[in-house]
Design a protein around this ligand. Structure first.
Ligand code: NAI
Length: 462
């Protein structure tokens, strides 16, 4: 039996970051992981592999649509799917090995196997029981399916199966127009699949600023994605090679059936806490299956903390990372803190979509007086040069104080641009503060400054 200050259960972005911070703070740390590689869903079957496929399929799109315009002539590349998957797997390998290296560097023990907590202060991995003063659960989440829809990860797949399909399907039906459905749907649309997205609501990406959501849907339609809105999927009947998807339109209750070679179920995720033994320990859970914690990530059982997708809040890798660092600081006797008002969200399609802070809808509902500054990428020289003029930046600021309350963007590299606004918001900046900051020309980030200028006396290039 070995004895630790901290054992972290799960090595996703929440868990591994937490373990590294614990070690940096001088705590003897171990991390339990049952997968063959570290990194959890995000690195192995989520964020990282999907970005590799988004990148390669975007390059194909550029070659097919924009190369000739720039004077780059010749046949556009054809898709070698096996090689594309090998490239994706190589990217995964580089990242997961990177964490293994960081664990060694920080002297963190990787306890290989699936962990459970037989009692507070003890973690069982395989046949071995280890002692820990603090246990931090970072067990993440798993896809949640629908009644009547059985996942086989071959024909009816979650994001995991969709990242390793044996071939590019001719027809893909995506259930759910959320982040996963749209990112992976656009990958396969670019690779030549006919993609039909079926969404229960009347708009895509629930919770997103409505104006951005509309423009985003229009853009995706132009790229060939087909949307059936206001439709509730009832069931999927699958054989070994095909599927039939039955859905009902909410407006008239009419039933429809469509065929697909592959069905991607992207209807959300749920906390994964199976096998940890939380019931027997009496750990308090919410009715949505999340572990309940206080503001210091402590559960009701002393010595057991939880972070990331297994607790409340947006299921985002970076939210889990921040909580991981904060929880490490808590167990080290410091003051861990996460500002939940400034957590960016990014959708890595082309164009990208990003947001931070309040939406216009939320401000209206709160009865808050606000002003809007907008700037289109059509007025941005760099974007025009790169065929990336679609989209805009929108900044919301308090009508009286000019303090930035939120930002919503669709356009080139906005997943990176959003952080300028995040930093500004962390410092309590006004739109004028951003507007008065010199921005290099020509960069995409000038669009952020112009939107900030539009909150005041006006954008220059509009
Ligand atoms: P989601 O919650 O974003 O979207 C699910 C969609 O499915 C919703 O629009 C919902 O209305 C729809 N839906 C539910 N039941 C339906 C039915 N019976 N018929 C038709 N439509 C139905 O979930 P998603 O995309 O699966 O993502 C899961 C989690 O993973 C999210 O929390 C997301 O934030 C996170 N994630 C984040 C990424 C990023 O930040 N880039 C990438 C991938 C995942």
């Amino acid at each position: 039996m070995s004895s630790y200050d901290v054992i972290v259960i799960g090595s996703g972005p929440g868990g591994y970051v937490c373990a590294i911070r614990c070690a940096q703070l001088g705590l003897k740390t171990a991390c339990v992981e049952g997968r063959e590689t570290l990194g959890g869903t995000c690195l192995n079957i989520g964020c990282i592999p999907s970005k590799a496929l988004l990148h390669s399929s975007h390059m194909l799109h550029e070659a097919e649509h924009n190369f000739a315009k720039m004077g780059l002539k010749g046949k556009s590349p054809s898709v070698d799917w096996k090689q594309m998957l090998a490239y994706k797997d190589d990217v995964i390998g580089q990242n997961t090995k990177g964490i293994e290296f960081l664990f060694k560097k920080n002297k963190i023990d990787w306890l290989k196997g699936w962990g459970s907590i037989p009692e507070a202060g003890k973690v069982k991995v395989g046949e071995e029981v280890h002692e820990a003063k603090h246990i931090i659960i970072a067990s993440g989440s798993e896809p949640s399916s629908l009644p009547g829809v059985e996942i086989d990860e071959k024909v009816v797949v979650t994001s995991e199966g969709a990242l390793s399909l044996p071939k590019i399907p001719k027809k893909m039906v995506v259930i759910g127009a959320g982040v996963i459905g749209l990112e992976l749907g656009s990958v396969y649309a670019r690779l030549g699949a006919e993609v039909q997205v079926i969404e229960f609501l009347d708009h895509i990406t629930p919770g997103m600023d409505a104006e951005i959501s509309k423009v985003f849907q229009r853009t995706l339609k132009k790229q060939g994605l087909d949307f059936t809105m206001g439709a509730a999927v009832q069931k999927v009947d699958a054989t070994k090679t095909k599927a039939k998807v039955t859905y009902k339109l909410r407006k008239d209750d009419s039933e429809h059936v469509i065929d697909a070679d592959v069905v991607l179920v992207a209807t959300g995720r749920k906390p994964y806490t199976d096998g940890l033994g939380l019931d027997a320990l009496g750990v308090k859970m919410s009715d949505r299956g999340q572990i309940e914690v206080d503001t210091q990530y402590k559960t009701n059982v002393p010595g057991i903390l939880a972070i990331g997708d297994a607790i409340d809040g947006p299921m985002l890798a970076h939210k889990a990372e921040d909580e991981g660092m904060a929880a490490a600081e808590v167990v080290a006797g410091k003051h861990g803190h996460v500002n939940y008002g400034v957590i960016p969200g990014v959708i890595y399609t082309h164009p990208e979509v990003s947001n931070v802070g309040a939406t216009e809808e939320q401000l209206k509902e709160a009865g808050r007086a606000y002003k809007v500054g907008k700037f289109s990428f059509m007025g941005n020289g760099r974007a025009k040069a790169n065929f990336a003029g679609d989209g805009f930046v929108k900044i919301l600021a308090d009508a009286e104080t000019d303090r930035i309350l939120g930002a919503h963007m669709i356009g080139p590299m906005v997943g990176d641009l959003i952080h300028e606004v995040c930093v500004a918001m962390e410092f309590g900046a006004s739109a004028q503060d951003l507007a008065m900051t010199c921005h290099a020309h020509p960069t995409y980030s000038e669009a952020v400054r112009e939107a900030a200028l539009a909150c005041g006396d006006g954008a220059i290039h509009a």
